[in-house]
Design a protein around this ligand. Structure first.
Ligand SMILES: NC(=O)c1ccc[n+]([C@@H]2O[C@H](COP(=O)([O-])OP(=O)(O)OC[C@H]3O[C@@H](n4cnc5c(N)ncnc54)[C@H](O)[C@@H]3O)[C@@H](O)[C@H]2O)c1
Length: 519
């Protein structure tokens, strides 16, 4: 199917970007707006984006003019008559979308494809209202559309086979990577992202960790471009809440049940960045990292390091000695602070009690190893004194590490955020909804993750992720933390999820055998 002209209905945040993407690919765009002001604003967004590209040397004036000339504001819906594809990008309300589809049914040729950019409504429900449901498909672009490389192409049980295939071809022509999925709430990216964000809000609400520490654990500890709480503020707590409600209605699992904090903040009008206040205040009141430098003079001179006798313990002891501390590994020697090198999945308290110095003992977990700027999780047990925590903070600051504080619970902070997120991804594969390769593509190209979730699992080792989840499940008993059998199978077999090379679809259980044993 050749797509020469498209109609874009709704020129708001997403529609303006989508119109630009089509026009840049040489496709004529008829822009349909209900609100003349919104039309002007949308065209203004498009003009500003093209002007930026010219300033950066990515387009010349001629290309800019050609692209702009391809976008034609429509006087009426009837102007969509010649479109080979029409995409609706109107607000996320089913009745509005159905109305648009009724109009498009009336004016478009029966061969034209009708697409929806919905994030969370059922494409099937929208399609069922169309006169020709076989031609309806979801084309879910990500914000900002000209930048983000992913399009989730959503087929329904009513779709003609050629329609999702044509939408995927079109996405490729636009320079995007399509992934084809069935119609399920949240598709891939939102169904994985939102429960992770919700869980982070829950950790904040229950006092598990501070907002800054939660975000820092995600950015410095996991390597994500943004912390989950800052991301909630950016997406909008109201938008996040409504997507979670849709996910919860579809799956009825506690992980999608919105954290009460989100509802409270939304009712209070604290909807995030756009409102100047959400979880954080905007512009940010306190520069990140200030508290580390304060109190550096509290750093102790003598410290005991206790660990499993492995390389990490030795490395920490020598780094501390190099920083001028008097270091011993004998718990009987009197020192100002006891650092217990914590292992993922193992509580710190038993080691602190065994050392006979529980009030002076602080757990120290290094998810990415030692190094300047690397993350250190400082773990207070129920017996750790405030003074010991302050001393450990000052010490880690002296080593130049990025500090977060976590309770002595399974996963500490990085694992508490990450393991359930990874389990959701494995469950999605186990459900037969998506392949590890598609999930990694969705999270990297749609959400800007530097590495996919399966890449992260393979890097940590399925056995480690399984042990972390199992410890969390035993501690809390929440069904969402129950390790998915597929993860246990990979851990037992010692195989990676190894995303297959291009052209060879990765399937569950078909991962590469690990070299060496499962970690
Ligand atoms: N904002 C995002 O980050 C994002 C990301 C992916 C998908 N989406 C989805 O894209 C869709 C649009 O979201 P948005 O953020 O661009 O919304 P928006 O409110 O910024 O824009 C919607 C536009 O549609 C116009 N409109 C309303 N009714 C209309 C009608 N009957 N005919 C023509 N135009 C009409 C409005 O005037 C407005 O300009 C939603 O389905 C949303 O879920 C949004």
């Amino acid at each position: 199917m050749e797509i020469r002209e498209v109609a874009v209905v709704g020129l708001g945040t997403m529609g303006a970007g989508i119109a630009e993407v089509f026009a840049r690919a040489g496709i004529g765009v008829v822009a349909i707006e209900a609100d003349p002001q919104a039309l002007l604003a949308g065209l203004g967004t498009l003009d500003a984006s093209l002007a930026r590209a010219v300033n950066r040397g990515r387009l010349d004036a001629r290309q800019q003019a050609d692209i702009r000339a391809r976008v034609r504001p429509a006087a009426a819906f009837a102007d969509a008559a010649a479109a080979d594809l029409a995409i609706e990008v109107v607000p996320e309300r089913l009745e509005v979308k159905r109305q648009i589809f009724a109009e498009l049914d009336r004016v478009c040729s029966p061969d034209a494809i009708l697409a929806t950019n919905t994030s969370s409504l059922s494409v099937t429900t929208i399609a069922a209202a169309s006169r020709y449901p076989g031609r309806v498909v979801g084309m879910h672009f990500f914000n900002p559309a000209p930048v983000m490389g992913l399009v989730e192409v959503v087929a329904t049980v009513l779709s003609d086979d050629r329609v999702p295939a044509a939408a995927a071809d079109l996405a490729r022509r636009l320079g995007k990577t399509p992934i084809q999925v069935a119609d399920r709430a949240g598709f891939i990216a939102n169904a994985l992202l939102l429960p992770y964000l919700n869980h982070a809000a829950g950790l904040l609400e229950t006092g598990y960790a501070t907002a800054v520490d939660i975000d820092r654990a995600a950015t410095v500890g996991i390597g994500l471009p943004m912390g989950p709480l800052a991301l909630l503020d950016l997406i909008g707590l109201d938008t996040s809440l409504s997507i979670l409600e849709v996910l919860h209605a579809e799956f009825n699992l506690p992980r999608y049940s919105p954290a009460p904090l989100l509802r409270r903040l939304v009712s209070a009008g604290r909807t995030g960045r756009k409102a100047g206040r959400g979880i954080y205040r905007y512009p940010a009141a306190v520069p990140d990292g200030v508290e580390e430098t304060a109190g550096a003079d509290l750093a102790p001179d003598t410290v005991t390091v206790i660990g499993a006798g492995d390389d990490q313990e030795a490395e920490l002891a020598s780094a501390l000695a190099a920083a001028g501390l008097n270091v011993t590994r004998n718990a009987a020697h009197p020192t100002e602070l006891v650092l217990i090198v914590a292992e993922s999945g193992k509580p710190v308290l038993p080691a602190a009690l065994a050392a006979g110095r529980a009030t002076e003992a602080v757990g120290l977990h290094l998810p990415g190893g030692l190094g300047n700027g690397a993350l250190v999780e400082l773990i207070a047990t129920s017996l750790t004194s405030e003074q010991a925590m302050r001393a450990a903070t000052a010490l880690a600051g002296r080593l130049g590490m990025t500090i977060v504080r976590a309770p002595d619970r399974p996963g500490f902070l990085v694992g508490a955020l990450l393991y359930p997120h990874l389990a959701d991804a494995v469950r999605m594969v186990q459900d037969g909804y998506a392949s590890p390769a598609d999930i990694d593509t969705a999270m990297t190209l749609g959400c800007g993750y530097p590495r996919g979730l399966f890449e992260l699992i393979d890097e940590a080792g399925a056995a480690d992720v399984l042990a972390g989840l199992r410890a969390m499940y035993i501690a809390y008993g929440y069904p969402a933390l129950a390790p998915p059998p597929l993860l246990a199978e990979h851990a037992a077999a010692g195989i990676d999820f190894a995303v297959a090379p291009p052209g060879k679809p990765a399937t569950a259980g078909a991962g590469a055998r690990r070299t060496g044993s499962a970690r």
